[in-house]
Each structure stands twice: as C-alpha cells, then as structure tokens.
Design a protein around this ligand. Structure first.
Ligand SMILES: *Cc1c(COP(=O)(O)O)cnc(C)c1O
Length: 479
C-alpha cells in the first residue's frame, strides 16, 4: 500500500502559516534568523482524510490479541483488560514529572509502594525494585546484585549455571554481567538432570555464583526437584535466580521464595496486563531475599507512617539501573490488574494450565509431543514427522497466518526438533481452542495432499513470505 510519503503531493495539506496570519517575513521577526530552518523539513503533504485512511488501513493489516488467539509460547500474549489502559491515561498520572517534589506525588509513590508489597506477597520474598524496564533488564540487575554480594563476601565466583532449555536472554545477561556460562543438561523428562548438576558442582564447587532457572521451564514443565536443587546450590554457597517469564502458571499456587530462590525477575508485560510485542514499554521488577535487600538499585520507594518517600540510602546498592524509577504506567496497570483480580488471582493460573492441557491432549493426535508430563501453562510439540513432506515448523507457522491465526513460537526451545511452542493463556475459551485444533488438522491434511500451498504461505496476508535474513541485513522500509 506504500508509505505515507509515497502519497504526498505538493499543496495537499492546504495548511499554510499565512492562513493564520504569519507571513514568511514575519516569521523571521518572531524567530531569530539563525534558528530558522534553511531547507524543507520533508514532511508528507497530505490532507486529514488521507492520513486517517492511511493509518486505519495500516492498522487493519495488524494482528494482535484483540483480533484472535495469539498462542506465542513463553511470551504470554493474553487479553489485557482495557480498563487498566484507561486508568493509566488519567491526567493525575500522566501530568506528573519525575523531578516533582515528592510531597506532590504521594499518590503515585503509593501505587509503586503498594504494587511492590503485592509482588512480595505473590513471590514470597522480602525486597523489591520496579526499576528494570523488561525481563532481560531484570536479569542483568539481578546478576549485578549477585556479583556485588559475592564481591563483598570476598568470594571469587565467576560462573553461572543455565539449563539447556533456557531462554536466550539468560545466556546473554550472564555474559553481560561478566560471568562464564556452564550449560546444564535436561533429562528425558525435560527437567534439570540432578546427576549432571551434582557433577558440575563437585567439579566447579565455589566458582559457581548462581543457577538461573525458569519454573515451569520453557517446555512448560514444573521442576519438581526444585527443593533438592535449591539445597544443592545453597550447600555450595551459591544463589538461585528465578526467571519469572512463566509466572502465569503459578500465580497464587506456588511461590518462588518458598522454592528457595534468592533473586527473581518478573515481566509485568507478560503476567500483569500490559500489551506487548511491538517493543513497547515493559517492566521487569526484581525481588530479592532479606540478605540481598541492601544491594537493590536506588532509589527504593519507602513508607514512613503515612508518608511515602524515595530512599537513596541503600547500603550496598548496585547504583542505578534505569533513569528515575522504572516504567511507571506499566507498573500502574499491573497494580490495577492485581487489585481487580484479588483473591481470584490463582484462577488465572488454573485456567491457563487447564487450557494448555486441553490443547495438548487434542493436538497430540496430530503432532509428537516429546515432553508430556507435568505440563503447566504451555507445551512444545514437534513437526519433525512432517518436515520431509513440506510441513516444517516454519511452513506450518506461515500457513496458520492464512487461516487468521497468529503462529506459535517456533524453533524454541532448541532441545526440541522443529519445535512449536504453544501457550493458549487463560483468556481463550473452548471454542477458540477447538478452532485452533481444527486449523492445525486442516493444515496436516494439506501437508498430505497438497504441500505446495504451505511452501508459498502466507498467500492472503498482504505480504509474501519475507526472507528473514535479508530482512534483517538489508531492510527495505519503504514499500
Ligand atoms: C520473554 C522472556 C525473557 C525476556 O523477557 P523480556 O521482558 O522480553 O526482556 C526471559 N526469559 C523467558 C523464559 C522469556 O519468555
């Protein structure tokens, strides 16, 4: 449909400074000559109706949770109540400034403080910062806290353990924080192999700072050995880090603090009511045990009687991890979501688990599901048996688009061949899950009868299949 610039024609905007009584000459009287632009700014010349049509048509090409199911595993793409967006738009929240005197912003500080208190209860830990702006940023923050903690104890721990099923950000954050990574193998049921873990501990002993665990892990499986793992790590003087991206599976049912975790990051944009996917603002609060509270980034929001304040006096703080206090509007939406969920919080996870298990059962008739036991809110199936016939995970994903469904996460986690990782979330109903199964079943029939159609998919999406490598290296953003 072309960019807005391709629709520009000189004179179409019909807007001129002369219309409001400013002649060009007068402009130079109003603005010092040296500040006046010498050349045209290059904005497209369009009237209002063309601009509205352009963006409306563009928006209609989009697909989001407001259009239909978005089963992107690990990402937790669920419907977020619009009322929270409305509240986040209130002037009393949008018209404040971080440099304002704290006596003027007691309400906003209360939101941050009270959100922190709720998160502490949900996670079962004693300290919290809302500063990091996403999960990966929270990982970095948590790892820097661990680093400073060991430095202060004069312990030279340089290594981090990460299971082979973990998200790529875990490896990247550990490297950014200056740690060496040791990968821990999964066993046949998809969880951490205790024997391999013990072997690593014997070999590396006090060089290990911590282990990063996602629980349930990225196969959707709960690490039922977590208390043993926790004991092994703590006996070795190491810490446990919890990647909270899968919190949607355990809300109100289990707490990372009770499992023995020392540092936890959350992704408010996955678990608590912030739409995401376009690189918009997120928030990755970090929670820590009592002994690590003194390492949190400053300022920490505090409360003294009825007065809220910003505490810069944190003994061993790692400093600042982000300007000001974090992405406030994301935190605000999470606070509203938690208050409106109240005691029903655990139903979010119960429904998410039920939906995933229902889909797993139905789709296991069509696809192999290599790790099936103890599935929580997501599962991973393999398209391996269809690959040679033209039904690779990629081809199936592209064909789903033609049926009006957003594809699941593919080729992750890497321990499953031709992986398709499905997370229906709690906000889908049974009709929507049945429809997804039916579409997969149609595609499987196509693989058997007419696989060509998959190779060319998507055919009805307004764009052909993009060459993903070229799209990254030589993007053409104009057409
Ligand atoms: C999304 C995700 C992350 C990273 O979180 P961001 O908020 O995208 O930075 C880390 N681990 C897992 C398992 C995830 O799904």
């Amino acid at each position: 449909m072309g960019t807005i610039f391709s629709k520009s024609k000189r004179g179409r905007s019909k807007f001129s400074l002369e219309d409001i009584g400013i002649k060009e000459k007068k402009l130079s009287e109003l603005v010092p000559e040296k500040l006046l632009r010498k050349s045209e700014i290059g904005l497209p010349d369009l009237n209002e109706s063309l601009v509205v049509r352009h963006y409306t048509n563009l928006a209609r090409k989009n697909y989001g949770v407001d259009n239909g199911i978005y089963p992107l595993g690990s990402c937790t793409m669920k419907y977020n109540p619009k009322v929270n967006e409305e509240i986040a738009k209130y002037n009393c929240f949008t018209d404040i400034h971080p440099y304002q005197d704290i006596s003027d912003i007691q309400g906003s500080l209360a939101v941050m403080y009270e959100l922190g208190e709720l998160l502490k209860q949900i996670i079962g830990l004693a300290g919290v910062t809302l500063q990091p702006s996403a999960g990966a940023h929270g990982e970095l923050c948590g790892l820097l806290i661990a680093k400073k903690y060991f430095n202060n104890k004069k312990e030279d721990r340089t290594k981090v353990l990460i299971p082979d099923s973990a998200h790529g950000t875990n490896f990247a954050s550990a490297a950014m924080a200056g740690y060496e990574v040791i990968e821990v193998k999964s066993n046949r049921s998809g969880t951490i192999d205790l024997e391999s873990l013990k072997e690593i501990i014997i070999k590396e002993s006090d060089s290990i700072a911590l282990i990063m665990i996602t629980n349930p892990n990225t196969l959707g499986i709960f690490e039922s050995d977590i208390l043993n793992i926790s004991k092994i790590m703590h006996d070795n003087g190491s810490l446990l880090y919890y990647d909270g991206a899968n919190l949607n599976a355990i809300l109100g049912l289990a707490r990372p603090g009770d499992m023995g975790f020392d540092i936890v990051h959350l992704n408010l944009h996955k678990s608590f009511s912030t739409p995401h996917g376009g690189g918009g603002p997120g928030a990755g609060p970090v929670l820590v045990t009592k002994r690590l509270k003194g390492y949190l980034p400053v300022p920490v929001v505090g409360k003294d009687g009825k007065r809220y304040f910003l505490n810069y006096n944190v003994r061993n703080t790692i400093g600042k991890i982000k300007s000001f206090y974090g992405n406030f509007s994301v935190c605000l939406k999470a606070y509203c979501y938690l208050l409106s969920s109240g005691k029903e919080l655990k139903n979010i996870s119960i429904d998410a688990i039920l939906n995933a298990n229902y889909l797993k059962k139905k789709l296991s008739k069509l696809f192999d599901i290599p790790y099936k036991k103890n599935i929580m809110h997501e599962f991973v199936m393999s398209a391996k048996k269809y690959k040679d016939k033209g039904g690779s995970a990629l081809n199936i994903a592209k064909r789903l688009i033609d049926y009006g469904i957003h594809p699941p996460t593919i080729y992750f986690p890497p321990i499953v061949e031709e992986a398709m990782m499905i997370e229906p979330t709690e906000t889908e109903n049974i009709e929507s899950l049945d429809n997804l199964t039916e579409v997969f079943s149609k595609i499987v029939k196509e693989i058997e009868r007419n696989p060509e159609v998959l190779k060319n998919a998507p055919i009805g999406a307004g764009t052909k299949r993009v060459d993903e490598l070229k799209a990254v290296k030589k993007p053409i953003l104009k057409e």
